[in-house]
Design a protein around this ligand. Structure first.
Ligand code: HSE
Length: 391
């Protein structure tokens, strides 16, 4: 089966190398073209800067989109589907917005659009979620969806290294996004949570980036040390659950007791959990970022197409709405300004350098934290491990 790769960054290179290694069932795959930018010198015979050459090549059955970002990735994916090519991508940013459109285009043109590598890197998370949905309602999803931020928090807590130094390491290792602010500010987690919730609830979440998202940009070594002394580890978490026709959705730093799976998820690893009616809690653990784990998941999708394996069909047409009050939580806030008046409607207590805000709806917490950041741009918040109360 002939495969074209759009883009030759971390993911594109990984796919190329695994196919060239020709091990196991990848022996039946070959790379027909690699799309590179017009201003780049081709260094491999497969390289071209002409997208039309790829789209019009009848022998190429699969296009791997590994450009990243929204445009031209969106345009190329749609064109490839319309030209009768199966499309595989790891590009969570474009899928989080256009999953329904891509799925419909694939259906119309009788081809497949698969995207296992977009969430959880090498972990078969989408496959696991889809399998759970064959039997169960998946009522909640939560976990560590971003390898870079996990790597940063892990190294900070293990070695006391600074945020900036560890971020540079993560970039060198190929974990971080081209613009790592998506990793640090929680938007990469938001994309992955959006894709997961769309599939789990069969919905099409709009403007997911405007929902409650708070990253780890402002965390300090002193924060990490304080949490450690209390037997807690901080992780950047994405979380959603559904109830009736409502769902909640949040990305935020969260504290976990030392003995939990989350607290013990190291390096660039991801840990994603779902809760289903009959399966109960199911945890998926593995490398969530990096060239080979991500490329491995892309190739698994290509092999599924070669073997005519059909993934779960979703229309993304169920009507549900996001509810900012569905979950309440307890939070620690660190700010060098007095914040009592901002949180005046909630019970507060002083915890070391932090103010604890009790039983506040998650949406309201994120809204009020924006107020705090207006007068203290370095303020930080973290949600406490006590179970969020479901209203
Ligand atoms: N930058 C992403 C991460 C890559 O660190 O998880 C994998 O999606």
């Amino acid at each position: 089966m002939k495969v074209a790769i759009l883009g030759f960054g971390t993911v594109g290179k990984g796919v190329y190398k695994i196919i060239k290694k020709a091990n196991g069932q990848t022996q039946n795959l070959s790379v027909s073209h690699i799309l590179i930018r017009k201003n780049k010198e081709p260094i491999l015979p497969e390289m071209t800067s002409e997208i039309d050459k790829i789209l019009n090549d009848r022998e190429t059955e699969v296009v791997v989109e590994a450009i990243g970002g929204i445009e031209p990735a969106h345009e190329y994916i749609l064109s490839a589907l319309k030209h009768g090519k199966n499309v595989i991508t790891a590009n969570k940013a474009v899928i989080a917005i256009y999953l329904k459109e891509f799925t419909e285009a694939a259906e119309k043109n009788n081809v497949k659009f698969y995207f296992e590598a977009s969430v959880g890197g090498g972990i078969p998370w989408i496959q696991g979620l889809e399998k759970a949905l064959r039997i169960d309602n998946v009522n909640s999803i939560s976990g560590i969806f971003n390898g870079t931020s996990n790597f940063i928090l892990d190294q900070m807590s293990r070695n006391g290294e600074s945020f900036v130094d560890v971020l540079k390491k993560a970039q060198k290792l190929g974990y971080a996004e081209a613009d790592p602010s998506a990793d640090i500010d929680g938007y990469d987690v938001a994309n992955k949570l959006c894709i997961s919730a769309d599939i789990a609830y069969n919905i099409d979440i709009q403007n997911h980036q405007s929902l409650p998202i708070f990253g780890i940009r402002n965390i300090t070594c002193a924060d990490v040390k304080y949490f450690q002394r209390r037997g807690l580890a901080v992780k950047l978490i994405g979380r959603t659950h559904q109830s009736g026709d409502k769902f909640d959705y949040v990305v935020e730093p969260t504290l976990f007791l030392d003995r939990t799976l989350e607290a013990n998820t190291p390096d660039n690893y991801n840990l994603i959990s779902l809760n289903g009616d009959t399966i109960g809690q199911l945890d998926f653990f593995g490398q969530g970022a990096g060239m080979y784990p991500t490329a491995n998941a892309v190739i698994q999708d290509i092999l599924d197409i070669a073997e005519r394996k059909i993934h779960l069909k979703r229309n993304f047409d169920k009507k549900m709405h996001y509810c900012p009050e569905l979950t309440k939580g307890n939070y620690l806030v660190r700010s060098n300004k007095k914040i009592d008046s901002i949180f005046k409607d909630y019970q507060l207590s002083q915890e070391g350098a932090y103010v604890e805000v009790k039983k506040i709806p998650v949406g309201e917490m994120h809204h009020l934290m924006k107020e705090v950041l207006k007068s203290d741009a370095a303020a930080f918040m973290v949600s406490l491990p006590s179970q969020g109360e479901v209203a």
